[in-house]
Design a protein around this ligand. Structure first.
Ligand SMILES: [Mg+2]
Length: 375
């Protein structure tokens, strides 16, 4: 008999971060927060999902409790496309915001349930490329002063990374000086990329991109505000290095023009933002047929999002490189019973794909109790 979803539990969690570790154009990040979804089926299968939840953690729980959970309970988890369409229809008529992040948590948990139901790793029910390890880059070297940034560069090299990403800004001279200094420290054999988090306009982005290309950088990420698709199309035509973007998009529709019009050379959807496994897979597949590689955004994500991103990395044919965060985040390090996506797991510059069923991690009940803020 077909198994059905019995309960959907939304759990808001948060933990403090080291304020010095990661300063970007948006300022320092003082805490990590996420919304976990636990789905249980009538047959006792348990799956977890995670949503990015940056601004109003409790409102995600209300949204899921009131709107999404009632539409999932009693339904067949293997009908995830139908469930996704229904969740999308009920929360918004068009692409946008925290609503799709809430859908992401439910969708990831449903895929976790499907994979555990057939006792397979998630990447195998997605149709896997069979990767046991995936190339990873260190993310991200802070744009704060040298006394903080340079030890981070040296630490990433010592950890065995062959690729690393720098946060750059707030001015072009300062950004290029940092880019040059890091190239000198890392040498030519290390791949370097840069992320400006919307810090610049078109002209300064052009200056920055040309300077980075001269230093042999492999990509420039989000130099301009993400809505400026025309700007990205023009910039990519003018620059001899890849433009990376997509972490700010919530849907495949949102990524369509950026990819189809040639505004991007790497697409970076975040599985905990862009509607979960279902929609992130659609974005990666759409990029694949346009000759654009997929590099999942991870950022401040917790353990569930890291695991889901590694499963997609193992499955998608156009996967390029995995974002391994090099600063502490208790929601990534302590929420599951095993390490996930951590620099300490690197083997020859690559991270292992979890081998267990579903997402390949188990949630630590004591850690979950410690982090949750709704009790
Ligand atoms: Mg970024």
């Amino acid at each position: 008999m077909t198994d059905t979803i019995q309960s959907v539990t939304a759990i808001p969690i948060e933990a403090p971060l080291d304020a010095d570790a990661q300063v970007t154009a948006f300022g320092p990040r003082l805490k990590a927060s996420a919304l976990l979804v636990e789905i249980r089926t009538r047959d006792g299968v348990v799956g977890y999902g995670e949503a990015l939840a940056r601004y109003s953690l409790r409102s995600y729980k209300t949204l899921i409790d009131d709107l999404l959970a009632p539409r999932l309970i009693g339904r067949n988890p293997f009908h995830v496309e139908a469930l996704w369409a229904e969740m999308s229809r009920v929360v918004t008529g068009k692409a946008g915001g925290i609503l799709f992040e809430a859908i992401a948590a439910c969708d990831i948990a449903i895929w976790d349930v499907m994979a555990r139901s057939v006792a397979k790793p998630l990447h195998e029910i997605l149709g896997s490329m069979g990767r046991s390890h995936v190339p990873a880059y260190a993310s991200s070297i802070t744009w704060a002063e040298d006394r903080v940034a340079i030890p981070q560069v040296e630490g990433a090299l010592a950890a065995g990374f062959k690729s690393m990403k720098l946060k750059l800004g707030p001015t072009i001279p300062r950004a290029l000086a940092r880019a040059k200094r890091v190239r000198e420290i890392a040498g030519d054999a290390i791949e370097l990329t840069a992320d400006a988090n919307w810090a610049f306009d078109y002209d300064d982005s052009l200056r920055l991109g040309r300077g980075l290309a001269d230093l042999g950088y492999a990509w420039l990420e989000e130099p301009m505000i993400c809505e400026d698709v025309d700007g990205y199309v023009r910039l990519r035509q003018a620059l001899p290095l890849r433009l990376a973007a997509g972490e700010s998009e919530h849907t495949a529709w949102g990524c369509r023009d950026l990819i189809a019009r040639g505004g991007v050379g790497v697409i970076q959807p975040d599985v905990a933002r862009a509607g979960g496994i279902t929609e992130t897979r659609r974005i990666a597949s759409f990029a694949h047929v346009h000759g654009v590689p997929f590099a999942p955004h991870v950022g401040f994500c917790g353990a569930v999002c890291n695991a889901a991103s590694l499963q997609l990395a193992a499955a998608m044919p156009n996967f390029m490189t995995f974002e391994a965060m090099v600063f502490g985040n208790p929601l990534r390090e302590n929420l599951a019973t095993t390490d996930i996506g951590a620099a300490s797991l690197l083997v020859d510059g690559q991270l292992p794909v979890p081998t267990g069923t579903g997402l390949g991690i188990e949630i630590d009940p004591a850690a979950l109790k410690r982090f949750r803020i709704d009790q």
